[in-house]
Design a protein around this ligand. Sequence first.
Ligand code: ZN
Ligand code: ZN
Length: 323
Amino acid sequence: MKPVFHCKLINNYFDDPCLLVRILHEKKALLFDLGDIHKIKPSDLYKITDVFVTHTHMDHFIGFDTLLRGVLRKDTPLNIYGPSSILPCIQGKLKGYTWNLIEDYPTEIHVFAYNGNHVSHSVFAAKNGFRKQTVSKSKSDGLLLKNPLFAVRAVRLDHGIPCLAYSLEEEFHINIDKALLIRKGLSVGAWLNDFKRILREHPGDENQTIRIGDKSYGVLELSDIARITRGQKISYATDIAISQNNLDRLSRLIKGSDIFFCEAYFLEEDLKRAVARSHLTAKTAGALAKKADVKKLELMHFSSKYRDFPDKVIHEAMREFCG
Ligand SMILES: [Zn+2]
Ligand SMILES: [Zn+2]
């Protein structure tokens, strides 16, 4: 199965955690956390449509200006999701510049702030000098984004301040039965991407047709070449206090993830410090991933005090995760 989400941690264990997710055959990418993003290529930066910020400590938010500069003049909106603090922080960042020459830019930043119960939606448009416009406020159980291809959920956790953890889930996965396709006298080609898109966007619609070469086919009559399986699930969590409430809520969110990206900020021998700083230890991260039946654990965000021996952090987490 060809994965739909291609995930890449931008920085090393000791620099800001930041996950770029490219989406197969789509000209868009998602970003989890907005710390130092200088290593993202400008062409990838331009593809980013949705950014999911865990909280607005500097190491998770300092990249806002870099991103804004990279997508300024783009005619599709930039959507940014985060806890309640995201709204005043973005407003503050935008107020830090002078915007008198951008009235004809199409740029719009849509901000979705989730407080655990409600999502408030605000827009900052270049044509209005990036002044805040409030759009709506609606009740939410944490489902922040849903489209025919995937959904993103958040859960609000405690890090001394509210901090969101996220899961990204493909609705379902479509595999093509190539042997059957060939038996039907068809050949593999770019039309398969359109075919998959129609199956996702118009399920069960018998009026949908697709052109293959110079012939037109009903999508439903070809649907037996599509094998539907469970979709890919990615989750991302960092800067979390070790509390039963946090661990229970996070465990439910990340359950069964194919890949779980998680901080391992402190070693268990520094548990006191971890508690004081509201961070997980490597051991807790490993145990959490195991309990939640995660398939692969990817560690990130280590304290710089372990710079000379990152393997010790990795081993501690993996001992709990793999046994
Ligand atoms: Zn951090
Ligand atoms: Zn933090």
